[in-house]
Design a protein around this ligand. Structure first.
Ligand code: SF4
Length: 176
């Protein structure tokens, strides 16, 4: 299920240039979920193509796979104004599209706090859950879920970068 090109199910429709749909291999069973499109993503209509996307792409390649091997999406498909966090109401409005993207996944990687909150309800410290597998329920199915740091958070934090590199190694193993 994809949003209508003129989707107006939440207020994020007001400021968007493009609805940002998933990118990568549509048949991949490994799906990365970020928070929301930023300015570059909104202009190009593709997820993770700005600064965070460059970090994500480089770290995938360091681990031996490419973004074409996985599917990359966001909790909401339209850019929140000023790059603020999406609200719970906005994520709930867009959830039907996210769930249809995730329902056949063998592993979902949640990039950052908003994605992890949206998919697990967890609101605590990321440090406690990063790289610890759990299960989420998507359309009645149990799906393995791996919490990870958002690439943007690794720019000035070496420990977060090492943890995200470990996430990528876990995904590389899954792809074998
Ligand atoms: S964020 Fe999702 S639900 Fe909201 S307008 Fe965009 S596509 Fe529709």
């Amino acid at each position: 299920m994809r949003p209508d090109p003129d989707c107006r199910l939440c207020d994020l429709c007001e400021g968007r240039t493009n609805i940002v749909l998933p990118d990568g291999d549509p048949d991949s069973k490994i799906i990365f979920v970020g928070e929301a499109p930023g300015e570059t993503e909104d202009l190009q209509g593709k997820p993770f193509v700005g600064k965070s996307g460059k970090i994500l792409t480089a770290m995938m390649e360091e681990a031996g796979f490419s973004r074409k091997d996985v599917l990359i999406t966001n909790t909401v498909k339209c850019r929140p104004p000023g790059n603020r966090d999406p609200t719970d109401e906005e994520m709930d409005s867009c959830r039907r599209f996210l769930c249809s993207e995730l329902e056949n996944a063998s592993l979902v990687v949640g990039l950052g706090k908003s994605a992890c909150r949206s998919l697990t309800g967890y609101q605590g410290s990321m440090g406690r859950i990063v790289n610890k597998r759990t299960l989420i329920f998507i359309n009645g199915k149990k799906i393995p879920f791996l919490p990870a740091y958002h690439p943007a958070s690794t720019i000035y934090n070496r420990k977060y970068r090492e943890d995200l590199a470990e996430t990528m190694r876990i995904v590389a193993e899954e792809l074998k």
